[in-house]
Design a protein around this ligand. Sequence first.
Ligand code: ZN
Length: 163
Amino acid sequence: MVDGALGGLVKWLRFCGFDTSSGKFRASDLQGLPLSEPGVILVTSQAGFRKLKRPDILVIETASPEGQLAEVIHRLGLSWQQLAPLSRCVRCNEALRQVGREQLAGRLPDHVLHNQADFFECPRCRRLYWPGSHIQTIMDRLRAAVSGRGVESGVLPAVNNVL
Ligand SMILES: [Zn+2]
């Protein structure tokens, strides 16, 4: 679960394949209360959560979404093997399913259909994804975050329909 103020981080975590939801949270609401399920971590930048001193609440300090991703990965001790990059819809959080090219006639431009081999669809919003030119940039940034080198600059690439 990610604090709603950290929208960029939500997208990055979904790129990594993490089941990620966002919402509004206040430290006073969670005092003494468990998060919804075991294994759930709340990520927030609100300093007020620090006083709760809970292992299931991560108060991050980095400003940029890419830096926040690096911080989350580093502080939770995650490794590359624990990620499933590009397996979720960045908008809905749904797991993507692979669809055959033959099912997509009329839904994508011909040059895309002919030049790409793999297509994925969100079962909820039906947004289509395929490994386009942005994928290398995203993967490089994920690797940088996981390796601890951080991500130097830039904003999240536009990925509306093109992963
Ligand atoms: Zn979707």
